[in-house]
Design a protein around this ligand. Structure first.
Ligand code: SF4
Length: 440
């Protein structure tokens, strides 16, 4: 491998890269090598953008046409072989949540992938898969099977080493490991634990069993000490529990332990005011960062099971709600629909997604009243999702960790496909109306 690495320096970059990739089979690839390779390139990554805005009221200019075009372009850049098993990792939502990626688009993407000769399937956690029918996702509507990521009992897993903050391994969904190709199909929205959930979160949390998701990935925020049992009394603990406006603190009387649910903490610091300088409770910044770093690591571990040439990303910036689809309820969109993004680079697509959301800004009247400390001060240069979730939940943080892990580059070119300016000048086909079959 070292020889190949130095050869790349000496000879034609692109020729040798393609040659190396063609001769090294998926499971034998040392992903570190590819990461080193990618890091050597100073080129920007391409991010394709299809805007929700269209230049003319015709299907050829619509978001559906842009999704088709971007999917087609990414498929062309992905060496999918006949009979490859193609995992489409989605979040299929829960309960009454209806704002996940519409089956209308999922079906089109599945149909496009089928043309390659590969076998696509959609995957997510077993609960979301089992109840997906309630939100319109079935084999018939999507056009391909929907398979639980870690089997029907959530135990079909394989350990991956992470050695992070006292956690040795995570249980990767076996289905992810079995697949030859990965399409990370994500809905961009807010997230309680880190401010933003998109392509990284979709793999980082959704690629693992529930045990890893809850007992390790989310639990990593608990690593820093924030309750001093010596200084804190049961009376103070009760005051803190009752005083937290987000009801995110819980007191375990038996062990004199105060437990914070970091997902729901908005860093309003009311608890510090109640503590009044005693130092019994802290709001440690590193706890919030630990989750961001953990999801960068765990998403990288998913990607390490694939040949990166056989991976691409699609982010839907539609129905951008403040909280994640896992909460299982409809929410007012807090950012206007923006469109769709596609890329071969996870860091680039996440950066572009966050930049576009920042540019769009919040729909202030849609901010739910339970975001009691939303910072709407225009003088502060904050991302809209930080404004909602608090100063320690910076949506770019996980992306920066991902870039440090050499998962991609935040340096990107945004390439708009079928822009409104372009389509408004196009020759018009005959008027299009749905006529057949007709009821008349
Ligand atoms: S910072 Fe605010 S939301 Fe977080 S635990 Fe303290 S009081 Fe609750």
């Amino acid at each position: 491998m070292t020889i190949i690495f130095f050869a790349l320096h000496l000879f034609n970059f692109f020729f040798l890269k393609n040659l190396a990739i063609s001769i090294i089979k998926k499971k034998e690839i040392t992903l570190n090598y590819l990461n080193i390779y990618n890091n050597m390139s100073s080129e920007k990554s391409k991010v394709y953008f299809g805007s929700i805005q269209h230049g003319i009221m015709f299907p050829f200019a619509s978001l559906a046409a842009k999704v088709d075009k971007i999917t087609e372009m990414l498929i062309e850049q992905t060496p999918i072989e006949q009979k490859d098993k193609i995992a489409i990792k989605m979040h299929l939502g829960f309960a009454d949540g209806y704002q996940t990626i519409p089956v209308f688009f999922v079906r089109r993407i599945v149909q496009a992938i089928k043309k390659t000769g590969g076998y696509p399937f959609i995957t997510d956690n077993p609960t979301a898969v089992y109840n997906a029918v309630n939100r319109g996702y079935t084999q018939e509507t999507c056009g391909c099977p929907i398979i639980p990521v870690a089997g029907v009992k959530d135990r079909y897993t394989t350990p991956v080493e992470i050695n992070f903050k006292g956690f040795d391994t995570l249980d990767l969904g076996g289905v992810m490991k079995d697949a030859d190709v990965l399409i990370d199909l994500s809905h961009a929205k807010g997230h309680g634990a880190c401010g933003y959930g998109g392509a990284i979160k979709n793999l980082a949390l959704g690629g693992y069993s529930a045990n890893s998701r809850w007992m390790k990935l989310h639990a990593v925020s608990q690593v820093a000490k924030y309750w001093d049992k010596e200084k804190g009394t049961p009376e103070l603990a009760e005051k803190l529990v009752n005083g937290c406006p987000y009801r995110t603190l819980r007191y375990d009387k038996e062990n004199n332990n105060l437990i914070r649910n970091y997902h729901d903490c908005h860093q309003c610091f009311t608890c510090l005011e109640i503590d009044n300088g005693l130092g019994a409770i802290k709001v440690p910044r590193e706890s919030y960062s630990a989750f961001q770093e953990m999801i960068a690591i765990s998403s990288n571990k998913v990607l390490e099971t694939f040949d990166l040439e056989k991976v691409f990303y699609l982010n839907f910036l539609t129905q951008i709600t403040a909280m994640c689809d896992c909460l299982g309820t409809g929410q007012p969109p807090v950012v206007n629909d923006i469109g769709v993004l596609g890329s071969k680079d996870i860091v680039a697509i996440e950066t572009a997604t966050l930049d576009l959301i920042k540019e769009e800004g919040l729909i202030e009247k849609h901010i739910p009243p339970y975001f009691m400390h939303a910072n709407l001060d225009p003088k502060e240069d904050l991302h809209p999702l930080t404004r909602l979730h608090g100063p320690y939940k910076d949506p770019y943080e996980a992306v920066r960790f991902a870039e440090n892990l050499k998962m991609g580059t935040s340096n990107y070119d945004l390439i708009e496909i079928l822009s409104a300016d372009e389509t408004k000048k196009m020759d018009l086909p005959g008027k299009f109306f749905e006529q057949e079959p007709s009821f008349f």
